[in-house]
Every structure is written in C-alpha cells, then in structure tokens.
Design a protein around this ligand. Structure first.
Ligand SMILES: CC[C@H](C(=O)O)C(=O)SCCNC(=O)CCNC(=O)[C@H](O)C(C)(C)COP(=O)(O)OP(=O)(O)OC[C@H]1O[C@@H](n2cnc3c(N)ncnc32)[C@H](O)[C@@H]1OP(=O)(O)O
Ligand SMILES: [Co+2]
Length: 134
C-alpha cells in the first residue's frame, strides 16, 4: 500500500455537502461521478496529496443508504492506493483479511477497487484502489 488515496464520507445531500466542504477547503470539488453499480453519486476534492470523496446514495439498497440509516452521516471508509491490486488481494487474503469482492470492480475516478470487510479490519471499512489504466 502506497498511501491513503481517499477518505470516503457518507452524506445525505451531496449538493449541500459540496457547499460545506468547498467552504471548508476553500476550493470546489474537481469532479462529480455516479457509480451505478455501487448505488452512489460521488464528488471529489483534492486536499494536498489526499482526496476527499463525498458519497450520496442513489438507491435505497445502496451501502451508503444503509450506513446513514444505521449510523448517520460521517466517515465511511478509507481507501489506500496500491500498485498491484491482485498481488495485494493475494497478500491480504493470506494475512487473514476478508475481501468482499473476488475480482476488482470499477470504482470512481478511473480506479479498480476492492473492499475489505470491516469485521476483519478493526471496524474500519478499507478500500484498495489501483489506477485503471485501460
Ligand atoms: C466504488 C465507488 C467508490 C470509490 O471509491 O470508487 C466507493 O468508495 S463506493 C462506497 C460504497 N460501497 C461500499 O461500501 C462497498 C463495500 N461495502 C459493503 O459491501 C457493505 O457496506 C458492508 C459489507 C461493509 C456492510 O454491509 P451489510 O449489508 O452487512 O451492512 P450492515 O449494516 O449489516 O453491516 C454489517 C456490519 O458492518 C458494519 N459496517 C457497515 N458499514 C461499515 C462501515 N462503512 N465502516 C465500519 N463498519 C461498517 C456494521 O456496523 C455492522 O456491524 P455490526 O457490529 O454487526 O453492527
Ligand atoms: Co471510495
């Protein structure tokens, strides 16, 4: 794992939260992107070397909807940049972590992603991101 790639924050109203975080960072989000398969609409802020990803649910069965229903808005996951997502999946599986998807899936912002179940990572939802060079 190279570095923290982004911090994912679950929000109820992306427009409202974009305004709040634009005020906080003094800069606008650099993109907004819908990831249908994940049931999310995301926006991204670049803060130094790290990105902040805001996520609004676009479907009632979205993980974000479930998270907010259960816990309220707030930090949802931490994503780490990896150079070789398959090698990392193999290493982590052997190290006893629970990987939620057998094959990497298309994430936002031109990434291939996998998630680790929070029950295997001390209660923190971890995402691995590799640049999707295709
Ligand atoms: C990919 C697009 C974008 C990107 O960066 O490119 C994204 O980041 S999309 C982000 C949204 N997608 C995901 O989060 C996919 C991975 N998440 C999941 O598969 C589920 O959310 C899962 C398996 C973590 C939980 O789903 P489940 O249906 O089991 O929900 P429960 O509420 O029953 O949760 C079970 C258990 O896990 C705890 N939990 C749930 N979410 C989180 C979380 N974000 N952080 C920490 N813990 C979490 C929940 O509290 C339950 O624990 P328990 O002790 O049983 O209450
Ligand atoms: Co993410």
């Amino acid at each position: 794992m190279r570095k923290i790639e982004h911090l994912g924050i679950a929000v109820k109203d992306l427009k409202k939260s974009n305004e709040l975080f634009s005020r906080l960072f003094g800069k606008e989000a650099y993109k907004e992107e819908r990831v249908e398969d994940e049931g999310v609409l995301t926006s991204f802020f670049q803060v130094g070397d790290v990105k902040i990803e805001l996520l609004e649910a676009t479907a009632p069965d979205s993980p974000i909807a479930k998270f907010i229903d259960k816990r309220a808005e707030g930090v949802h996951h931490v994503a780490f940049a990896v150079d070789d997502i398959y090698a990392e999946m193999d290493r982590l599986k052997k190290a006893g972590f629970e990987i939620l998807n057998d094959v990497p899936k298309k994430g936002a912002d031109h990434k291939l992603v996998v998630f680790l179940h929070p029950r295997s990572t001390n209660g923190v939802l971890v995402e691995l991101c590799q640049d999707d060079v295709k």
